[in-house]
Design a protein around this ligand. Structure first.
Ligand code: MTE
Ligand code: HPA
Ligand code: MOS
Length: 772
């Protein structure tokens, strides 16, 4: 063993930009998704039979023509379910296959199973369900009027909103409609069910929540959870759309596999994916706000209608998070928020990046924009005046103290760096000279609560294996959907063991390795799984440290692990050599780790307490241009300053901020879901549903990271990044309203700009008063 000091301590993996663990394979087309996995012999393919009617009595299903079609092996209907015919969701309100009634266009009545995916799809179109139509509720306002809900309403109140409203110097009221959003993951929903020996199952699923897929499949098949193993190496995007709703594919594929006693794969065609799966919840709002001459909010009364679709799915926690984020960054002294979870005859809307947060934030930002216009004040001044304080005005409407507020200095820096003040002036002058084309500018902040709102989900496990050659595998309960979780977890483990990043390999999520894992969601993948993996690695390191200090006669605390070396006061050994020798001495070289988030608690009935471990902050300045004759718009310039704490991987975090922002832009500008009067989603393909393209990315798009570490003890001093930047795109919406107001100048006082989201050309023209 060489006794020499290390040359130079190599950079730790945490805090350094590292290439995504799958990037090279993805670019080369060598990263496997479920549809790329070589099929087992005898694999059949399933395709769903969809309801063509939004609501009705299902009298019969005629499968004669489908069964006679080429390649068809048979059909799977509700009668073929050996276990519970209702999915094992929390609310237990969603049939696996529609039976007796249909509740939305696209509801799955059954499956056609065939030799090829195309044969199954063609034959599924030949199935004739016999449906007696019933009246359908197609939007949240209609459902609210009919008191049709998937869950009971929730009201959160603080202070005396009615009295405060009556005493307010100014009162404004309004309505707002905000549309939903299709996830448009590049890899559509897919599952592959493989029956194994003795009633056991292996399910390959593109899911954010393998543990729930395991549970649902076992429940539908009437088996114990231990008989089902679910695996997911990666998803081609999830964005919340695979938090629960990947489970249906797996259950359907497993039911088909059980009936035909062979492996079955089910991959939804893109159009079917649009028709079957839920989206971001569209929201409708009615609000009344009181404020003083400076634009300080003195009272707020808000009714929020969440358009949930035909079943509860995650609508309860989504609508709760909307309530939790109605303050965004602002202190609301006297406030009442009534939240209704409306049951409609559409797809069941589900998690989508931000999880109700965006639907909470947009309404308060819209209200602040209207207040500023009404008073003729700069909207940024009005926003800053309403921010949470540091010493006082720092308790949210759900009674959580905001202890880590950095928005004042953060906005100050962004405002200076992006030249907000002089650009506002220049823009006013520019608009005065431009009769048709108008520009708009806005800064909006975000404060996003990190933790699952359901406290129990804030736990995670991991396994770290050190092999005898010193190479390392880490497995954790999280899933990789492109967000870089595996890359971050590998860096955390590498640093804990003091080995080079390349020595650590992250492996596929697998319910037989880490059980009972939560969904990878709520942006907390790294917080939870990173910490669990760190603890697992720490256990192995402690074993090795005790072993080395036994050899060198020192305290275990004196051993350092750095740069692939193990350094005691006496000796420097390579990590690999220590591992070999430890193995020979029967030292355990692998371990588990478990983490649960500290400090959080809250009362589900009143929504009060501390639901979040900490907040992530950010602010964005967006400049847009509109054509007041056509309603077309473009985003010209975006400057973002965002707080990720001490970044674990700056390149990945900047990618998340850019991606989240652009996805938010899509939600608020071009991505329009249109259900016709029969409840049929007309925009069910990329031909009519427009996500942002590369050409929509603003030419000037600058992202900077706030330098301070997380003030709470979180892994590596970092903060979660997956969802919060999505809401920065609300600056685009506010900038558009600013441009629209410029296009309507002449009114005094300025009228509220009622802009239905998304701000399509038609909706911009409506807001301009040029289209009814
Ligand atoms: N980034 C990519 N590339 N693909 C995704 O599907 N999902 C987002 C976000 N970023 C997503 C993504 C959502 S909705 C969440 S909750 C987080 O990633 C989940 O991962 P994390 O908790 O590891 O950040
Ligand atoms: N975010 C995402 N998924 C969830 C949450 C949340 O807050 N709560 C329950 N599932
Ligand atoms: Mo993300 S909406 O929490 O999957």
């Amino acid at each position: 063993m060489n006794v020499r000091p290390p040359l130079a301590a190599p950079a730790p993996a945490v805090g350094t930009s590292r290439i995504h663990e799958s990037a090279r394979a993805q670019v080369a087309g060598a990263a496997t998704y479920i549809d790329d996995i070589p099929e087992a012999r005898g694999t059949l393919h399933a395709a769903p039979i969809l309801s063509p009617v939004a609501h009705g009595r299902l009298r019969a299903v005629d499968t004669t023509a489908a069964l006679a079609a080429p390649g068809v092996r048979g059909v799977v209907l509700a009668a073929d379910i050996p276990g519970d015919p209702v999915l094992a969701t929390f609310v237990h309100d969603e049939p696996i296959f529609a039976k007796d009634s249909v509740q939305h266009v696209g509801q799955v009545i059954g499956l056609v199973v065939a030799d090829s995916a195309m044969a199954a799809r063609r034959a599924a179109r030949l199935v004739k369900p016999d449906i007696e139509p019933l009246p359908a509720l197609l939007d949240a306002r209609a459902a609210h009027a009919a008191q049709s809900y998937v869950l009971p309403p929730v009201v959160v109140r603080r202070g005396e909103p009615d009295t405060a409203l009556a005493a307010s110097g100014h009162v404004l009221e309004g309505q707002l409609e905000v549309g939903g959003q299709e996830h448009f993951y590049l890899e559509g929903q897919i599952a592959y069910a493989l029956p194994l020996e003795q009633g056991q199952w292996r399910i390959l699923s593109s899911t954010q929540h393998p543990g729930e897929v395991q549970h649902w499949v076992a429940h539908a098949l009437g088996l114990a959870n231990h008989a089902v193993t679910v695996e997911c190496r990666r998803m081609g995007g999830g964005f919340g759309g695979k938090e629960t709703q990947a489970g249906q594919m797996a259950v359907w594929a497993a039911l088909a596999a059980r009936k035909f006693r062979c492996p079955v794969k089910l991959r939804l065609d893109r159009d079917d994916d649009f028709m079957v799966t839920g989206k971001r919840h569209p929201f409708s709002y009615d609000w009344q706000v009181g404020f003083n001459d400076q634009g300080l909010i003195t009272a707020l009364k808000l009714t929020m209608l969440a358009h949930c679709g035909f079943s509860a799915d995650l609508s309860g926690p989504v609508a709760d998070r909307a309530i939790f984020h109605t303050d965004n960054a602002y202190f609301l002294s006297d406030v009442e928020i009534a939240s209704y979870r409306c049951k409609t005859n559409t797809q069941s809307h589900t998690a989508f990046r931000g999880f109700g947060g965006p639907q909470g934030v947009i309404v308060i930002e819209a209200i602040l924009g209207d207040i500023a216009r009404h008073l003729g004040l700069d909207p940024l001044d009005v926003r800053r005046r309403n921010l949470y304080g540091v010493e006082d005005r720092n308790v949210t409407h759900y009674q959580m103290k905001v202890e880590d507020n950095i928005l004042d200095p953060l906005i100050t820096r962004l405002e200076a760096d992006c030249g907000y003040r002089h650009r506002r002036e220049a823009l006013g002058a520019w608009n005065a000279r431009s009769p048709v084309i108008k520009r708009g500018l806005a800064i909006t902040p975000v404060k996003f609560g990190i933790s699952f709102t359901a406290t129990l989900f804030n736990q995670a496990g991991a396994l770290v294996h050190v092999y005898t050659d010193g190479s390392v595998q880490v497995n954790h309960g999280g899933t990789e959907m492109g967000q870089g979780l595996n890359t971050k977890v590998a860096a955390i483990v590498a640093d804990e063991l003091g080995v080079p990043f390349e020595r650590v390999l992250s492996t596929a999520s697998d319910t037989s390795k880490v059980p009972n894992a939560s969904a990878t969601a709520a942006s907390s993948g790294t917080d939870l799984n990173g910490r669990a993996a760190q603890y697992a690695a720490r256990n192995v390191r402690d074993n090795l440290a005790s072993f080395v200090c036994g050899l060198d006669g020192c305290g275990a605390g004196a051993i350092r692990f750095v740069g692939g070396q193990v350094i005691s006061p006496k000796t420097v050994r390579s990590f690999d050599a220590v591992v070999k020798e430890a193995y020979a001495n029967r030292i355990q070289l692998w371990s588990d780790g478990f983490y649960r988030t500290p400090k959080i608690h809250y009362d589900k009935a009143t929504l009060t307490g501390r639901p979040f471990y900490y907040f992530s902050y950010g602010a964005a300045c967006s400049e847009v241009v509109i054509d007041t004759l056509t309603g077309e718009s473009r985003v010209l310039k975006v400057d973002i300053l965002h707080d990720v704490g001490h970044s674990i991987n700056p390149a990945i975090d900047v990618g998340q901020i850019e991606g989240g922002f652009v996805q938010g832009m899509g939600w608020l500008t071009t991505e329009q879901l249109v259900w016709n009067d029969k409840g049929y989603l007309s925009t069910h393909a990329p031909s009519t549903y427009k996500i942002p393209a590369t050409g929509d990315i603003p030419e000037h798009f600058k992202v900077a990271l706030w330098p301070e570490a997380n003030r709470e003890d979180n892994v590596g001093g970092s903060k979660a990044v997956g969802e919060p930047p999505f809401m920065l795109a609300i600056s685009v919406y506010e900038a558009l309203r600013n441009a629209i107001a410029a296009g309507r100048s002449g009114e005094a006082p300025a009228k509220p700009v009622v802009l239905t989201a998304p701000a399509t050309a038609e909706n911009v023209l409506r807001a301009l008063g040029r289209l009814s």
